[in-house]
Design a protein around this ligand. Structure first.
Ligand code: ASP
Ligand code: MG
Length: 421
């Protein structure tokens, strides 16, 4: 481990030139603490959304390669502007894109995984006294093709770079003051967590808490890289530290409640009850890089000898999944395939629920007491998720936050508007 901190700044932190100048000050503060600093930036404000919108105005079905060529430009703008801001303040700074460094990814467009990061150029540049600013979200294949890591992926760039450089910490600067027990826009007295384990954070991220890109937490866990989520605007506050569960003291069974409104439920009816059918179905989806979340298979019907299989996918993959399932339906000789996006996945997460009975039943009873119907259930060691109707999502989150005693005495500062419910 060396005296090096990696800082990542999200889109809202670099949304305009004044904010970029402010970020330069935050970087210089860390530098003044005696640390070398490597910075990873997102695109300015809503740039990536805007670029995607432009693409769809031109072509309703843009090729993934060209989307990556387009989307990767957003981070190049912010990295060079931020470097200019540091230089304007009299500091040695230099920016690099992923291809210049060698942030090598697999050969997949729009959601590539990093497989290697070359550190020679970074080390050389650090030894020359530079603050380095790197474009997040992008990578390059062995063949030199530009890729991106999936929406929100610059968190993952930052953690991967921190691990490759053996940094002592990776700080994710954002517009919220840390990780909360739930979305403060839904529950105003949500509490900020001082600490949370990698596993809990991973489950929270997958469950729809849009604070961190899930893969960034996986990478941090893999390399035991301490990760801090903190505010760019109130940076005297240390935010939330994400670390190994062995380094934590756990006193509550549930650490947080999350709602994921971006899933679609798919039901494939009347699949013949013979070995290999589920494998065929899910391999076809996997081949197209479509991840599946909750899965339920019904008991086989005695007469028809068929099953129904229901599962959820991400909205982003909806169109592709439809294409795949049309083929699979014929292949399996299955019945109707139906889709429902009027759903929400509500999850409670906590390392403290291991070996503590009664948590699931409390969740189900709380939903029942509020007249909320459960359509699917899935569990892991530290998470219980229920699929419910979208219009019940906010009520469910409020009730669960209350029953598991997660509120604080303070009202969190509320940022932004709620996603459409
Ligand atoms: N700019 C990219 C996005 O909006 C990556 C990121 O911000 O992490 O998804
Ligand atoms: Mg983000």
């Amino acid at each position: 481990m060396r005296n090096l901190v990696v800082q990542k700044f999200g889109g809202t932190s670099v949304a305009d030139t004044d904010k970029i100048k402010n970020v330069a000050d935050v970087i210089l503060k860390e530098k003044a603490n005696g640390n070398d600093v490597v910075v990873v930036v997102s695109a300015m404000g809503h740039t990536t959304d805007h670029l995607v919108k432009l693409a769809h105005e031109i072509n309703p079905n843009p090729s993934a390669r060209e989307l990556d060529m387009l989307m990767s430009t957003g981070e190049c703008v912010s990295m060079s502007l931020l470097t200019m801001a540091l230089q304007a303040k009299g500091h040695k700074a230099i920016s690099f894109n992923a291809a210049q460094i060698g942030i090598i990814t697999e050969n997949v467009h729009t959601k590539a995984r990093i497989i290697d990061i070359k550190t020679d150029k970074l080390n050389e540049s650090l030894s020359e006294g530079n603050i380095i600013v790197i474009a997040g979200f992008q990578g390059v294949t062995e063949e030199g093709e530009i890729t991106t890591l999936g929406r929100g992926g610059s968190d993952t760039s930052a953690v991967a770079i921190a691990s490759a450089l053996d940094a002592k910490r990776c700080d994710i600067y954002t517009d919220v003051e840390g990780v909360y027990t739930t979305d403060p826009r839904v529950v105003p007295n949500a509490s900020r967590l001082d600490e949370i384990s990698y596993d809990e954070m991973l489950e929270l991220a997958h469950a729809g808490a849009n604070v961190l890109h899930p893969r960034s937490v996986e990478t941090a866990k893999q390399y035991s890289m301490p990760l801090r989520v903190r505010s760019t605007f109130k940076n005297e506050n240390m935010g939330t530290l994400i670390l190994g569960v062995e380094d934590m003291e756990i006193n509550k069974p549930v650490a947080g409640v999350a709602a994921d409104l971006s899933q679609v439920r798919v039901v494939v009816c009347d699949i013949p009850d013979t070995p290999g059918e589920a494998a065929t179905l899910f391999s076809a989806l996997a081949k197209e890089n479509i991840s599946v979340d909750m899965i339920i298979q019904s008991y086989a019907r005695k007469v028809s000898k068929t099953n129904d299989i229901a599962f959820t996918i991400n909205k982003e993959d909806f169109d592709k999944a439809k294409e795949v399932l049309e083929v699979v339906q014929k292949q399996l000789n299955a019945g109707e395939v139906s889709y429902n996006d009027n759903i929400a996945k509500i999850s409670i997460i906590g390392a403290g629920m291991i070996d503590r009975p009664g948590i699931a039943s409390t969740m189900f009873k709380t939903l029942a007491d509020n007249g909320i119907n459960i359509r699917m259930i899935s569990t892991s060691e530290i998470k219980i998720s229920c699929l419910i109707n979208k219009e019940d999502a906010q009520r469910a989150v409020k009730a669960l936050h209350e029953v598991f005693n997660l509120g604080s005495d303070e009202i969190a500062e509320v940022k932004g508007t709620l996603p459409d419910v």
